[in-house]
Design a protein around this ligand. Structure first.
Ligand code: GAR
Length: 210
């Protein structure tokens, strides 16, 4: 049975678009994106979903009294939709433990740095690239990992690096990492999960052959 995928978004949704395009090319083997859930009705990602004929939903923090209440509502929605895999693709709202308990080793996140560098609370979006440039690293990249209760601390699935160049601005570095790393790694990791080829052994993820 093909796995039902929900993609959670907050903003522009270029990683969602990479998933939609990969699916159109037949590269998400044994998986189907069946829902896009946004943390705000303004997320442009919802328009990308609509254009691709994928159902869009909004679960916004401001509509609930606490992060926990919002997380529980989100889990209820995912269960109602029979979701097997949750993909956080630029999802900027912190979720509480109920999410990981409902989907153990079945939530993938894309992070725009080489974890464990430039990761954890406060490291999201453009801030990650500002920090990498300020630190002076010569390489950065992206990481797809399983989500655990520790922020950006779950088992690593795939990583890819690019050079940091002398005149990089945060925006230029972000774009290079998106194009060369994120938009490739995320569809690959999703497809591997849907084929049951990711075996988690403690912190280490083994990729099983076809
Ligand atoms: C991406 O660079 C993603 O890696 C990052 O936000 C951006 C979302 O862009 N995620 C995080 O920083 C999570 N900690 P998108 O909406 O165009 O996919």
């Amino acid at each position: 049975m093909a796995k039902n995928i929900a993609v959670l978004v907050s903003g522009g949704g270029t990683n969602l678009q990479a998933l939609i395009d990969a699916q159109a090319r037949g590269e998400i083997v044994n998986g189907q994106i069946s829902a896009v859930i946004a943390s705000t009705p303004e997320a442009y990602a919802l328009e990308r979903a609509a254009k691709a004929g994928i159902s869009g939903y909004v679960v916004a923090r401001k509509d609930y009294p606490s992060s926990q209440a919002m997380t529980v509502a989100l889990v209820d929605k995912l269960h109602e939709l029979n979701i097997d895999l949750v993909v956080l693709a630029g999802f900027m709202t912190i979720l509480t433990g109920e999410m990981v308990q409902a989907y153990p080793n079945a939530i993938l996140n894309i992070h725009p740095a080489l974890i464990p560098s430039f990761a954890g609370p406060g490291c999201y979006g453009l801030h990650v690239h500002e920090k990498a440039l300020a630190y002076g690293v010569k390489l950065s990249g992206a990481t797809v990992h399983f989500v655990s209760e520790e922020c950006d601390g779950g088992p690593i699935v795939l990583q890819k690096a690019v050079d940091v160049l002398p005149d990089d601005t945060p925006e230029v570095l972000q774009r290079r990492i998106m194009e060369q790393c994120e938009w490739k790694l995320l569809p690959q990791a999703v497809s591997l999960f849907c084929q049951d080829r990711l075996k988690v052994e403690g912190r280490v993820v083994r990729i099983l052959p076809e």
